[in-house]
Design a protein around this ligand. Sequence first.
Ligand code: SAM
Length: 229
Amino acid sequence: MISKRLKRIADYLVDPIYFADIGSDHAYLPTFVCSNNPLARAIAGELNRGPYERAVQTVKEHNLENKIEVRQGNGLEVLTVGEVNQVVIAGMGGKLIKKILEEGKQKLDSVSRLILQPNLDAPLVRKWLHLHSYEITAEEIVEEDGYIYELIIADKVEKTVQLDEISFLFGPFLLKEKGDIFQAKWVSELGKRKRLVKQMEKATNTPDEKINHLLHEITLIKEVLDDDI
Ligand code: SAM
């Protein structure tokens, strides 16, 4: 059975679907999509040998070799220009997602939608999207097995609308909704930052700049949570 997180990602693919799942691991996402949508086609990209072989195996077990091509390689280098209309990069850190997008941006000409799920550092991803003419058009926050995941959906536009610092940090759509999972995430993030500041203040060699940055984020989180602790 596909995870709730991957199912939510699949729901944001739009017809006609010819998508790349970069860092596909077992190829569960393309297998689910192509099993349920007879017209969908996918490329599953994997950097590492083990996951690549697992992806090949899953596709074979589901007899989907004519719909899903598994390719081994780094990030978007597995694609040729114009081949897919949507790209999913999920389950990696935001720094790695940003690096993959930056290094492969010439492969994105035909890509009208990006569906990204950074495990960490979502603001880096949002900033990259903003600077490269991908407008965030939807976001979701999903809890599964005690972990909280953020999904960012972005569509190619002529010019992106201006986003402020708070939107980059919290996500423009997640910020509007401020749902229960969002609140839980940011209560936990607030606690983490408070503990970090205490540790840094005890250590003598932490640059003021780092502490000030954390204090600034603490103020923003408190504002967003309406928390005057
Ligand atoms: N996308 C799946 C998901 O969300 O469930 C799997 C996520 S798994 C944690 C991350 C996968 O990305 C691993 O299988 C890893 O081998 C692959 N990976 C890491 N860096 C990559 C890169 N630069 N290009 C392609 N795949 C990469």
